[in-house]
Design a protein around this ligand. Structure first.
Ligand code: NDP
Length: 316
């Protein structure tokens, strides 16, 4: 017989672990699948960030990995049980819900909190892997204020709303921000385009792709290629921010929950409830707008409270 749970939480980023902390304190002894490989490492995107300066409560900032280690320990201390495995499939059209783990074990649960996050798309270059977190980031709001970027020339790669938003944010810290886009037209909304075009500190480099991130210990520049002429050039920058989109980690759901066109789980207004009763979604897997550790943690808290109330109402 499969193991039967009251609450299973998928994901161990700020959303999943906050949901674990709250459901554990509500005596629901949640079972948390921390993940293993699929959708990034356990602990989520903060595991690959440097110092987190904007998570309230840490006046000197805190290392991303240290923050996640604290959240994890807090969840364990309060009674959450953690398993470092991926869930490969779920069946939520009959109750209790059934989940299958990567080691082929089956679990049953009355309720489910999906907090599997989103994966920031990254350029598939060896030099990018080498210099990741050493001047390369996928989140200007998280990392832009770091001392290494202050008063330096910086680059943002991408042409969507996120790229323009990141570039605008970075103008507070850098001396100049290059927006590097592979086409001759931005994908960003009109108002955001205007913002980029009119900003005195932003220069758009059209029809350019990054061929190589340059530097040994730290990023020192980019080798660019013009997509029209094929001409190569070097650009000296101390920071490069990839803003080429995110992929929400929902493939294991096989379309059983309503999602947006881009795969984000749709939740009811002001709620973490999904299209299936008893299934809640928290964090970046349902949020393409804010994508912050603190907003993810906040929605993890909401999911836990809504889940607890739902279990009581459903008589579980
Ligand atoms: P988008 O998918 O909108 O844009 C991604 C950008 O990255 C595109 O310009 C794309 O180029 C470029 N890109 C993709 N892959 C590569 C690659 N391999 N090399 C170079 N460039 C690449 O993602 P966003 O994260 O910007 O936005 C996601 C959603 O969130 C959108 O709906 C957006 O409107 C929304 N959003 C809203 C904000 C707001 O309202 N304030 C802020 C941020 C996001 P190309 O254009 O050629 O395809």
């Amino acid at each position: 017989m499969p193991q039967k749970e009251k609450v299973i939480i998928l994901g161990s980023g700020p959303a999943g672990l906050t949901a674990a902390i709250y459901t554990a304190r509500a005596n629901l002894t949640p079972l948390v699948f921390e993940g293993f490989q699929s959708g990034g490492m356990p602990g989520g995107q903060l595991m690959t960030t440097g110092v987190v300066e904007n998570f309230p409560g840490f006046s000197k900032g805190i290392d991303g990995q240290a923050l996640m280690a604290e959240m994890r320990q807090q969840a364990i201390n309060l009674g959450a049980r953690l398993i470092m495995e991926d869930i490969t499939s779920v069946l939520i059209d009959k109750r209790p819900f059934t989940l299958v783990s990567m080691s082929n074990q089956e679990f049953e649960t009355d309720s489910l909190i999906v907090a599997t996050g989103a994966t920031a798309r990254r350029l598939p270059l060896d030099s990018e892997k080498k210099l990741w977190t050493k001047g390369i980031s996928a989140c200007a709001v998280c990392d832009g204020a770091l001392p290494i970027f202050r008063d330096k020339e910086l680059a943002v790669i991408g042409g969507g709303d996120a790229a323009v938003e990141e570039a605008t944010h970075l103008t507070q810290f850098g001396s100049k921000v290059y927006l590097i886009h592979r086409r001759d037209q931005l994908r960003a909304s009109h108002i955001m385009q205007q913002r980029a075009l009119e900003h005195p500190k932003i220069e758009i480099l059209w029809n350019k792709v990054v061929e190589e991130f340059l530097g040994n210990e730290m990023l020192t520049g980019l080798r660019l290629k013009d997509t029209k002429s094929g001409e190569e050039s070097e650009l000296k920058v101390a920071g490069a921010f990839e803003a080429i989109g995110h992929t929400p980690n929902t493939s294991f759901l096989s379309g059983q929950l309503d999602t947006t066109d881009t795969g984000y789980i749709i939740t009811h207004a002001d709620s973490t409830e999904t299209s299936v009763e008893g299934v809640f979604a928290a964090g970046d897997v349902q949020d393409s707008k804010y994508r912050q550790a603190i907003s993810a943690a906040g929605s993890g808290c909401m999911a836990a409270i809504e889940c607890e109330r739902w279990l009581i109402t459903a008589g579980k």
